[in-house]
Design a protein around this ligand. Structure first.
Ligand SMILES: [Fe+2]
Length: 281
């Protein structure tokens, strides 16, 4: 298996409302866009109409934030049905969400909270991912999150935790290279050792993003800056192992001009062209 048997779309970008008009008017040469499906799936109106117009010109990929795969609340099957319908409407060949919990007692905390790396959590998440895949009838990927804290109740490393969940459940991995780098800084481990311990053949998509450096020297995973050099370097090493894949530049705040966003996606394509060749060689 390579790229979780998904099409390798190359460099793409997060599609945000602020760029809709310019993209529809100028049709810049993006290869694909990712959208936050929760922003659209339950709404009609102007934004939804514009999205469907953009969908006529570009491949759109769904990415969710509200599944709460690690929560102990029951899985929201109605949410899954709405997600499935929406993915079909936009023609998304796969979808993804985050390996975390977001809900406690039916309250959405609007943040991605880290799970304890225990066998009990693995079992819990694996059972839920199997249901998600059955309901969606689409390839499903889980994304590694940024962890600002270490959950003390742990029986394995983060890489072991992720690997067990994706291999036991049969889902794919959305590798956020920025999150892998930031976690290595926060928790004092080697980012490449983390990445190379994962089942790389299950990576079906990659995220790259920039961050905000706080005054005290720490970092905030803010998605409001260009992809930094250390992330590009880690990305090159990943691509040299995985081969071509679908690589998304995430930019959610302090949005740049469309042309700047396009530059970043084309940088990702150049890395794929120069480094993925090593896989075939
Ligand atoms: Fe991400």
């Amino acid at each position: 298996m390579q790229n979780f048997n998904l099409p390798a779309l190359g460099g793409g970008a997060g599609l945000r409302h602020e760029h809709f008009d310019e993209i529809l008017a100028a049709k810049p040469p993006f290869k694909w866009f990712e959208i936050i499906s929760d922003d659209f799936m339950d709404f009609g109106g102007y934004s939804r109409d514009r999205l469907m117009q953009i969908r006529e010109h570009y491949q759109i990929i769904s990415h969710g934030v509200c599944l709460a795969i690690g929560s102990t609340d029951p899985l929201d099957r109605e949410y899954l049905r709405r997600m499935k319908k929406f993915c079909r409407e936009i023609g998304s060949p796969w979808t993804s969400d985050h390996l975390c919990f977001t809900k406690v007692d039916h309250t959405n905390m609007l943040d991605l909270m880290p799970l304890p790396f225990t066998r009990e959590t693995v079992k819990h998440v694996v059972e839920r991912v199997r249901v998600v895949q059955q309901e969606l009838e689409l390839p499903f990927l889980l994304e590694n999150i940024t962890r600002y804290v270490t959950v003390s109740d742990r029986e394995m490393s983060e890489a072991e935790f992720i690997s067990e969940i994706v291999t036991q459940s049969g889902c794919g991995l959305l590798l956020d290279v920025t999150n892998a780098h930031l976690n290595s800084q926060f928790h004092g481990h080697d980012a490449w050792q983390f990445v190379s311990s994962l089942p790389l053949e299950r990576i079906g998509q990659i995220h790259l993003a920039g961050w905000e450096a706080a005054e005290d020297g720490s970092f905030i995973d803010s998605h409001d800056a260009p992809v930094p050099p250390e992330v590009w370097e880690l990305f090159k090493r990943v691509i040299s192992k995985t081969g071509p894949t679908s690589v998304l530049v995430e930019w959610d705040n302090l949005l740049p001009p469309v042309s700047r966003l396009l530059d970043e996606t084309q940088m990702a394509d150049r890395v794929i062209a120069s480094h993925a060749a090593q896989v075939a060689a």
